[in-house]
Write a protein that binds this ligand. Structure first.
Ligand SMILES: Cc1cc2nc3c(=O)[nH]c(=O)nc-3n(C[C@H](O)[C@H](O)[C@H](O)COP(=O)(O)OP(=O)(O)OC[C@H]3O[C@@H](n4cnc5c(N)ncnc54)[C@H](O)[C@@H]3O)c2cc1C
Length: 575
């Protein structure tokens, strides 16, 4: 019996080819958690390979368990919940096209899966490993593995969430200690270059690959949810749950992307239609004010694993080969490959933090990568930010896009994250990250945590004296405020001159535009100029404290090391 330790793709291939002539039929369950796709899914292929190793009667049961406590549901906005539902429906449709189907249950997988092991007579369990160490996933997997072991079920998990496996790939390469992983992108790029080739993505299975299996006895049962409100609430008492979505919120949604692997693959294909654009892509040069995404907009699919990173990597490589020779090719970290490298880097750091201190990723206290900053806690300011009522049109427009489409361009995220934390409002990045987790279609445990540390200057980026202006930054990119006019229609009649600073408009101009400041649109909740300077001083103080503490700790550590050394010498002499 195997323990379910994470496997690399290479070993996945060997498992798959090891079939042949079992007497008792293999009944494999492939447990979808993230990785909601058929393509490049080594764990799914392995379940099929195991089933086909039986002479007759091998079966595969693809299963998904909806649990209100999991990262994918626990804080869902209506948009995000809807996206997950669409992904499950798409997955079910693709499986049915192969003569299979998706079995969906609701509840805690720790209870639900053992009952399904019995129901289906499961002998093998496969799943994609969750390597970041996200606390819910860790606890869930430990308990499910224990139950499967007890039931004598063979377990295989596979690492296919990142370009290379985190533990057996990157961490192994730096000597096996998660503390030693690179802390900067350039050092991480160095590590990546020593990792060897990225494994080629595996093909999607077809109906020929699935065992011939009769699913009719479960027809009409264990179906995927058909609407967002079918998803379960978190399992904690109802009164502890902030109802971020409900039936009324689920009407007339306008998400930036519709869920599912098929849609994700089409979106990727669409993006790859412009080889010159792909080859010369430089993230900082993409527009954050265009009304349609100026980047690939595949992140919602990446976060739920509807698209495999290796598939995207090789799609980009192949597309670049078709770019005209005259195109000057961009390089990581700003190129499209660079974006995928950032993604692996973020995942590795989350993994490393949780290896050093379980559960520390995504929070300030105890997080080995996060500086401690005494943020304040002002519900009014926080809510104004969440609701897009700060009085700064560029910030409020971004928050309106987030609320409506579940997505904002990377630089828009920069602006609102800086504004909430070190820039203007001095509120904790944890609050911002929690709101993003609820609202972003692409909410991702590793990426969200990493980027909030970066933007709040709590980790990885420390130039707190460089601050986004909520006015000037966008004025030069979008002088006529096209983006603001779309997302804040109440300001649409303002002349260009005042679109970023409506409070400065003379009364006659405001009257003509039909706006009363304080009524139709809020006054600025803080004065950016002085407040951002004040916050820089607070940040400088927090950094000094951090330095003093770490120097103190180093001295204490050195001091602490003194006596044992002497002791050792004495002991050696004695010997
Ligand atoms: C405060 C803040 C929070 C964020 N939270 C998330 C989050 O929860 N989920 C999320 O997917 N992204 C997050 N990002 C990163 C980034 O903004 C998005 O990944 C990107 O905008 C997605 O758009 P795209 O698919 O068009 O990206 P493209 O530029 O086309 O890049 C392709 C893929 O590369 C990866 N990628 C791109 N940028 C980054 C980055 N900076 N770091 C790591 N990986 C990246 C994504 O998987 C993305 O889909 C956050 C950024 C900030 C500043």
């Amino acid at each position: 019996m195997r323990t379910g330790a994470a496997k690399s793709v290479v070993s996945a291939a060997s498992t798959m080819s090891s079939g042949g002539g079992r007497n008792s039929p293999v009944v494999a369950m492939h447990w979808f958690r993230k990785g909601l796709r058929l393509h490049d899914n080594p764990a799914l292929l392995s379940s099929m390979s195991a089933a086909s190793s039986s002479r007759t009667g091998g079966k595969v049961f693809p299963v998904y368990v909806m649990d209100g406590d999991c990262y994918q549901i626990r804080r869902s906005s209506a948009l995000r919940a809807n996206f997950l539902v669409e992904c499950l429906l798409d997955l079910d449709a693709s499986l049915r096209a192969c003569g299979s189907r998706l079995y969906v249950m609701s509840g805690d997988p720790v209870d639900v899966l053992p009952s399904l092991f019995d129901e289906f007579g499961v002998t093998h369990l496969t799943y994609e490993a969750d390597e970041t160490g996200e606390p819910y996933a860790v606890k869930r997997d430990e308990q499910v593995i224990a139950a499967a072991n007890e039931a004598g079920i063979e377990i295989d998990s596979f690492c296919s969430e990142t370009l290379h496996p985190l533990a057996e790939g990157y961490v192994a390469k730096v000597g096996g200690s998660a503390e030693r992983v690179p802390r900067t992108m350039s050092a991480f790029q160095g590590l990546l270059s020593r990792m060897g080739n990225i494994a080629k993505p595996m093909k999607s299975p077809t109906s020929r690959d699935f065992p011939k299996q009769d699913h009719s006895s479960y027809e009409g049962e264990m179906l995927p949810p058909s609407k967002s409100t079918d998803l379960p609430w978190p399992r904690c008492p109802k009164e502890e749950v902030t109802p971020v979505w409900g039936p009324d919120d689920c009407k007339k949604l306008k998400p930036v992307a519709r869920g599912g692997e098929s849609k994700g693959l089409s979106q990727l294909k669409e993006g790859m239609k412009r080889p010159a654009w792909v080859a010369s892509f430089e993230k900082p040069k993409t527009s954050c004010t265009s009304l349609k995404p100026s980047t690939l907009a595949i992140s919602p699919y990446m976060s739920l694993g509807c698209l495999s990173p290796r598939t995207v990597w090789y799609a980009v490589s192949e597309t670049i080969e078709h770019a005209p020779a005259s195109v000057s090719k961009s390089k990581p970290p700003v190129s499209l490959h660079g974006q995928l490298i950032w993604r692996d880097f973020n995942n590795l750091i989350a993994h490393s933090a949780n290896q050093q201190k379980p559960g520390s990723w995504g929070v300030m206290e105890g997080n080995p990568y996060c500086r401690q900053v005494p943020w304040s806690n002002d519900v009014k300011l926080l809510n104004a930010w969440k609701e897009g009522k700060t009085g700064y049109p560029w910030i409020d427009a971004c928050m309106a896009q987030l609320r409506t489409e579940g997505w904002i361009h990377h630089l828009g995220r920069h602006a609102v994250a800086c504004f909430l934390t070190r820039g203007d409002l001095w509120q904790s990045w944890e609050e911002g990250a929690a709101h993003f987790e609820a609202e972003l279609l692409d909410a991702d445990y590793a990426l969200n945590g990493f980027n909030w540390l970066w933007l709040s200057c709590s980790g990885f980026f420390y130039q707190y004296f460089r601050c986004y202006s909520p006015i000037a930054f966008q004025k030069k990119n979008d002088p006529s405020g096209v983006y603001i006019r779309k997302w804040l229609p109440e300001l649409s009649k303002l002349p260009n001159k005042f679109i970023y600073e409506p409070w400065k408009a003379p009364r006659s101009v405001l009257e003509e535009a039909g706006i009363q400041i304080g009524e139709d649109y809020p006054r600025p909740i803080v004065d950016h100029g002085p407040v951002s300077k004040e916050n820089m001083s607070k940040m400088a103080y927090a950094y000094d404290e951090h330095k003093a503490k770490s120097e103190g700790a180093t001295k204490a550590a050195k001091k602490g090391k003194g006596p044992p050394k002497k002791k050792r010498k004495t002991q050696m002499k004695l010997k």
